[in-house]
Design a protein around this ligand. Structure first.
Ligand code: A2P
Length: 269
C-alpha cells in the first residue's frame, strides 16, 4: 500500500493533491474530482486557502466514497479563535463529518497556545489525527513538552533543494511523520539540470523524479496542479525506482545545509 502509519494508529497516503492558491470555484472542484478519478486518495487544503467549499464539491463530484479519502485542513492561527470551533466550521464548508488530519498552519503566536484546542477537536471527533505545519526543531520540542496528545505530522517545505535533514531526523526521533509541501519548489525545481538528467535517464519527467525522491523514503507529498494531465503525471510515481546513486545526486542539491528550520523565509511574524 502506498501509505504510511501515523503514531496514533491511523494511516496517511503518500500522495495527495495540494490546492494552495486555487480559487474557491470550478477550477478547484475540477482539480479535486480529477485527482480522485485518477486514483489520488488524499486532498490537502486549509482554512487560509478559502477554498474548502470547492474542495467539498470536488469530493462529492468524484463519487469516491468518503471513507476512501484522506482529507487534511489547517487551522488558521492568525484569527486567534478556538481551533475546535474552527474545525467544526471547516467540516461544514467541506460538507463532511470528520477530518482525517487537522494541523496548525504555522506557529504564529507561539508553538503551544493552540494545541489544547486541537486536542479538543480530536476528542470531539472532528479530526481523527492532529498535527502541525511549519514547525522547526525548537518549536516541536516546546510543543512536545506540553502536549497530552503528541502531533503525528509536521508539514514543511521539503524537496531535494530544501532537504532539512536535522528537522527530518528530529521528526523521526519523535515519531512524527514529516510531510512535504512545495515538493516541486512551486515549479522552480523542474528546470534543474541534475533533475532533468535523471528524468531523461529513467524515462520519467522532472516532476515525477522530484516526487519519487520523497515517496521512495516514505515521505508523504502533496504536489499542487490544476491541470488534469499534470495531476495524472504526478500520480504515476509508484511504478519505478530511483537508484541509490540517483538519490544521492538529488540529496547533493540541498541548499539548506541540513537545517532544522521548516521554511526558507517564514512569512508569519
Ligand atoms: P499548475 O497548477 O498550473 O499545473 P508545488 O507543488 O511545488 O507547489 O508546485 C506547484 C506548481 O508546479 C504549480 O505552479 C503547478 O502549475 C506546477 N506543476 C505541478 N505539476 C507539474 C508538472 N507535472 N509539470 C509542470 N509543472 C507542474
Amino acid at each position: 500500500m502506498n501509505d504510511r502509519p501515523l503514531s496514533d494508529g491511523n494511516r496517511i497516503p503518500l500522495l495527495g493533491l495540494g490546492v494552495w492558491q486555487v480559487p474557491n470555484g470550478p477550477e478547484c472542484v475540477d482539480a479535486v474530482s480529477w485527482a480522485l478519478e485518477l486514483g489520488y486518495r488524499h486532498i490537502d487544503t486549509a482554512q487560509a486557502y478559502g477554498n474548502e467549499e470547492a474542495v467539498g464539491e470536488g469530493l462529492r463530484a468524484s463519487g469516491v466514497p468518503r471513507d476512501e479519502i484522506f482529507i487534511t485542513t489547517k487551522f488558521f492561527p492568525r484569527n486567534g479563535r478556538d481551533p475546535a470551533e474552527e474545525a467544526a466550521r471547516s467540516l461544514e464548508r467541506l460538507g463532511v463529518d470528520h477530518l482525517d488530519l487537522y494541523i496548525i498552519h504555522w506557529p504564529e503566536g507561539g508553538p503551544t497556545w493552540a494545541w489544547p484546542g486541537m486536542e479538543q477537536a480530536r476528542e470531539r471527533g472532528y479530526a481523527r489525527s492532529i498535527g502541525v505545519s511549519n514547525f522547526d526543531v525548537a518549536e516541536l520540542d516546546a510543543l512536545l513538552a506540553e502536549a497530552t496528545t503528541p502531533p503525528v505530522v509536521n508539514q514543511v517545505q521539503f524537496s531535494p533543494f530544501e532537504h532539512r535533514t536535522a528537522l527530518l531526523e528530529a521528526c523521526e526521533r519523535h515519531g512524527i511523520v514529516l510531510e512535504a509541501y512545495s515538493p516541486l519548489g512551486t515549479g522552480r525545481h523542474l528546470d534543474d539540470d541534475t533533475v532533468a538528467g535523471i528524468a531523461e535517464r529513467v524515462g520519467r519527467t522532472p516532476a515525477q523524479v522530484l516526487l519519487r525522491w520523497c515517496v521512495q523514503r516514505e515521505i508523504p507529498v502533496i504536489p499542487k496542479s490544476t491541470h488534469r494531465e499534470r495531476i495524472d503525471e504526478n500520480g504515476q510515481i509508484f511504478d519505478f525506482e530511483l537508484s541509490d546513486d540517483d538519490l544521492s545526486q538529488l540529496d547533493a542539491l540541498d541548499r539548506t545545509g541540513g537545517t532544522g528550520t521548516a521554511v526558507e523565509r517564514p512569512w508569519w511574524p
